[in-house]
Design a protein around this ligand. Structure first.
Ligand code: UN1
Length: 498
């Protein structure tokens, strides 16, 4: 019996007004149907936004430490349910169990941070320029936040947005990726169990071009946070610009790892395998370019290709699986199209390039870990985000070369440098044009308590995670209290006196 799921609106589980549903299938074995989830329309979004708006009137008045206490409880429930959530997530989106456990852990870390932020949410008190006058600033909630999230971190990314929004006193409507609705369903179920009041957290399933669009364009939603492709981000940016909405965009990447001739090559080898093929390359932080110093190029490439060819593909719930499937057929087709691009651009296919044979992969969207060498800076393979297990290797002569090539793409999320030279390390941190630079670690592995995001077309200047995201989800208010009993004119009376 297939389970049919519902939206969570105003504390009630409601069937979609459209009466249409989308199937959620296991990408490692598409015969495995997980459930049917609402293919919601604008009327469902309308109801959810109205419920969130009503709940906001009360929730904004709940003291922030009490809001934080609910997040701590939700964090505890995530801990208790970690294994089951990870198993469900692997079944739903394919990445291996060790990674889905990490995904849940990122949500737990975000909960602990948010819970304690409820006891900070600092404002500032500063001296007034006038006598007997008090001047201060504090943070106010904004209203209903519309959160649109991707498939690759089905739990972590919704928590990055939802938890700080809630601690700041906002209410939320979450529209998760239609590829991972079950993890989102479990997350909001646990939030209800933690005791969040009705309407504070609403969940509307569906597609981006219908439910997502209705949420982004709803006039009662002043805040939108989106993680996904740069092209969708541009469309959302246009709508939000027209409607004067506050918008956080987290989009594409074409992240490079630079390996210099003095690097610890064993360490770099482990790093690039993890960075390029972890999550089957479906991270915005994935290592998709390897800039290899010519002195170590051939030796390193040989070892890397041998290891990549041996990576075990299959169902991520099996203990020996190292790389899971892609998320769906279109994603597989996109990867296949870039294999063609690489061939046309005369890059050298070193390993991979095909769908794997063998029973373990027969029913899923698998693609072999693939490496192209001799990739030319400026070529499509080197410039465009593929979001799959494809690594482009570029030969470099120097650090200057590497920095120029790293910076020569339209994205700017993360970068990495392997070297033993402290001067090179600090030089790279200064000059690599990215939101995050790793030294002697791959381009993935951001921690929840530091700001996360990128420059150029990766983002629009905001950060998730850490302390900065709390600025995004709150509005600064300033108050002056004059207790002098006289009219004191700023900029005038304090200079007229003497
Ligand atoms: C993403 O790829 O969208 O640093 C987020 C990392 C993870 C987050 C990635 N902690 O790779």
């Amino acid at each position: 019996m297939t389970t049919t799921y519902k939206n969570l609106i105003g504390g009630e589980w409601l069937a979609p007004s459209t009466r249409r549903y989308l199937e959620n299938r296991n990408p490692a074995d598409t015969r495995d149907l997980i459930g049917r989830f609402p293919d919601s329309g604008p009327a469902d979004v309308e109801r959810a936004v109205r419920a969130a708006r009503r709940a906001f009137e009360q929730w904004r008045l709940v003291p922030a430490p009490a809001r934080g206490d609910l997040l701590r409880r939700l964090g505890e429930l995530l801990v208790e349910n970690k294994e089951a959530l990870a198993e469900g997530m692997t079944r739903e989106m394919g990445k291996v169990l060790t990674e889905t456990r990490g995904d849940v852990q990122e949500g737990i870390d975000t909960a602990w941070y948010a819970a304690s932020e409820g006891r900070r949410l600092f404002g500032r008190t500063v001296p007034s320029e006038l006598r007997a006058k008090w001047a201060m600033s504090w943070r106010r909630p904004i209203g209903v936040c519309g959160l649109v999230t991707p498939f690759n971190f089905p739990l972590a990314i919704p928590t990055w947005k939802m938890f700080p929004a809630l601690v700041c006193g906002n209410t939320v409507v979450l529209k998760p990726s239609e590829d991972v609705p079950h993890t989102a369903h479990r997350l909001v179920e646990l939030a209800l169990e933690a005791g969040f009041p009705a309407g504070v957290i609403n969940l509307v399933h569906g597609r981006g071009e219908t439910a997502g669009k209705a949420l982004v364009e709803h006039p009662l939603v002043p805040v939108i946070s989106f993680t996904g492709s740069t092209s969708t981000g541009s469309l959302i940016g246009e709508s939000c610009g027209r409607m004067h909405k506050r918008l956080s965009l987290e989009m594409g990447g074409k992240n490079a790892m630079i390996v210099m001739d003095d690097a610890d090559l064993d360490l770099a080898l482990e790093g690039v395998l993890w960075g390029a093929f972890g999550t089957t390359g479906q991270r915005c932080t994935a290592t998709s370019r390897l800039l290899l110093h010519r002195k170590v190029h051939d030796r390193f490439l040989g070892r890397l290709a041998a290891r990549a060819a041996r990576l075990q593909l299959g169902d991520g719930r099996k203990p020996d699986t190292e790389v899971g499937p892609l998320i769906h057929q279109e994603s597989l087709a996109k990867v296949a199209s870039y294999i063609e691009v690489g061939r046309r651009e005369k890059a050298e296919l070193v390993t991979g390039g095909r769908r794997p044979k063998g029973a373990a992969c027969a029913h899923g969207w698998f693609h072999e870990p693939t490496i192209f060498a001799g990739v030319k800076p400026g070529s499509r393979l080197e410039q465009e985000e593929i979001f799959g297990p494809v690594l482009s290797v570029v030969r470099i002569d120097s650090l200057d070369d590497a920095i120029r090539i790293n910076n020569g793409v339209r994205y700017g999320l993360s970068s990495s440098l392997y070297t033993r030279d402290v001067h090179a390390a600090f030089r790279a941190m200064q000059d690599l044009d990215n939101g995050i630079t790793y030294i002697n670690a791959p381009t993935i592995g951001a921690e929840a308590h530091l700001p996360f995001g990128g420059v150029k077309q990766t983002g629009n200047g905001h950060r998730e995670g850490g302390w900065e995201v709390y600025e995004f989800y709150s509005e600064t208010k300033v108050g002056y209290v004059d207790y002098s009993g006289t009219l004191q004119r700023a900029q005038i009376d304090n200079y007229d006196e003497g």
